[in-house]
Design a protein. Sequence first.
Length: 179
Amino acid sequence: MKSPKIVAFGASYSVNSINREWARYVASQISKDSFEVLDLNDYDLPVYTVEKEKGGIPKAVGSFISKLNSADLLIISFAEYNGSYTAGFKNLFDWASVHTLKMFAGKKMILLSTAPGPRGGETVLNAAIDRFPRHGGEIIGTMILPRNKENFDPKIGIKNNQIRDDFKSFLKQVLSNLD
């Protein structure tokens, strides 16, 4: 099987995003050399309003959509702020959906979340699982990494044996859906 072109990102503008690191790790376990990790700070946008939309869609939105279009597989890991998307990601998502409503059309997707707490961002992940197929995405796998600091190190990977075993099963399922 040819390695898919992967575009991965953490749905957060945090400079030290644990979700970007989680997305990077998952991408690296699927393809050692055919992935790109986006930093959402490269897509600085004004807060979306219909008035600002009338002034035109910012060029950064088109750049983001182009990155999505370049992928065979999207890997997105969600940070959870008060049970929902981060404000920055929601703003990017709103602008992107104005640019291209079906922004994920024809794309296979892996949706992830991680957080310091025991639920690992479960609420926001469930929101994305519900929402993203409406924008054309085909979700081929989801995984939550709870208690990020205890269970994960970007340099060594998953530290918890049970989660590591769950991840191996997850990877097997995802890889079978890439064929």
